[in-house]
Design a protein around this ligand. Structure first.
Ligand SMILES: NC(=O)c1ccc[n+]([C@@H]2O[C@H](COP(=O)([O-])OP(=O)(O)OC[C@H]3O[C@@H](n4cnc5c(N)ncnc54)[C@H](OP(=O)(O)O)[C@@H]3O)[C@@H](O)[C@H]2O)c1
Length: 311
């Protein structure tokens, strides 16, 4: 067995993250799982074992995120990996939602909270003899991909909207929750790119799980279901059961486990995509990001602008 490691994970209270965390734990690794509510924390404690634990923080509130970072720093915790997997989208809703600090919710949770965590925890991570950062992005960051072609494309423009706490990162109107999600996943990749550039010894692994629509009421499409229950039920049935365009949640979790543990992962930045080849057939492989997600100057600018928003 590989060395036992300590991983801090966001987004392990449900979906792909939870299934992957269970697999990591079965192999004896110690997990610190961030949950946003006492209810989610209690559920998570129900399956965590050994020295694994839950810390409470709503990623929509930077004060709570910072409190966790500071507590871990103060205790000088040993950390081997950071898995930034939490993510939300509320496509289908017209009304913009805001974080505790008055930032658009999708960008605040999916990107800014994660940058804040990285800023605080990087010194602990870099002390590990085999540190690793894994970030769950999505192919929709890429306007040329299957999912990225549907609706308004990802694109951060000159970041003027982000700087001004506007609804959209590029400052455009009207608000579009689907584009905000695509933009947040582009931010995930740019942050990964920038961190790999600044810390060449740190493997930074970004990935896209493919479309994952679990059965049941929880999961990634829960907010969209509120806006359009019938449409989402139909979408789930057609995409998952009829056309077989989706990936099984357990398979997505297996892929994530591999990205976390495989000793053969390359150093520096890499992007892995679980691409749909045909109904029921995916191929998981290292892939190119969109041109915008490969723009190192933009990655550095995004880091800087985000840093000013999260401190
Ligand atoms: N499903 C897909 O088709 C798909 C495709 C591409 C990429 N992804 C990405 O995959 C990742 C996991 O998604 P999933 O499909 O497993 O969805 P999920 O079941 O909805 O899991 C999302 C996780 O993020 C957590 N989270 C959301 N908002 C949070 C907040 N404010 N504070 C703390 N935690 C918060 C959720 O916590 P709660 O349990 O408290 O809600 C949950 O643990 C996401 O980054 C998503 O963008 C998913």
């Amino acid at each position: 067995m590989a060395d036992l490691q300590h991983w801090l994970i966001t987004g392990a209270s449900s979906g792909i993250g939870r299934l992957a965390a269970e697999r990591l734990q079965q192999q004896g690794h110690r997990l610190t799982v961030i949950c946003r509510s006492q209810q989610r924390a209690d559920q998570t404690l129900g399956w965590l074992t050994g020295e694994s634990r839950v810390l409470l923080a709503d990623l929509a509130d930077l004060d709570q995120v910072q409190a966790i970072g500071h507590a871990l720093l103060e205790k000088d915790e040993a950390l081997d990996g950071l898995l930034l997997n939490a993510g939300l989208q509320y496509a289908g809703h017209r009304q913009v939602r805001w974080s505790a600090q008055g930032l658009e919710l999708t960008i605040a949770v999916n990107h800014l909270a994660h940058q804040r965590l990285v800023m605080d925890l990087l010194p602990l991570l870099l002390r590990s003899h085999a540190p690793r950062l894994v970030i769950t992005a999505s192919e929709v960051h890429n306007p040329a991909s299957g999912g990225g072609r549907v609706g308004r494309p990802a694109g951060l423009g000159d970041l003027s909207g982000l700087k001004k706490h506007s609804e959209m990162v590029n400052g455009e109107r009207p608000f579009d929750a689907d584009k905000a999600y695509k933009d947040s996943k582009l931010c995930n990749l740019l942050m990964g790119r920038h961190l790999a550039e600044r810390h060449p010894q740190l493997p930074v692994i970004c990935w896209s799980p493919g479309l994952v629509i679990p059965r049941g009421r929880d999961g990634f499409f829960r907010n969209s279901r509120e806006a359009n229950p019938l449409g989402q039920a139909l979408f789930g049935f057609v995409a998952r059961d009829l056309l077989r365009l989706t990936e099984h949640p357990q398979r997505a979790a297996e892929l994530l486990e591999r990205l976390v543990l495989d000793p053969a992962m390359p150093s520096g930045f890499s992007y892995w995509s679980n691409t749909l080849l045909a109904p029921g057939r995916h191929r998981f492989e290292r892939a190119e990001t969109s041109a915008e997600a490969a723009d190192e100057a933009k990655a550095a600018r995004l880091w800087q602008v985000s840093e000013q928003l999260v401190v």
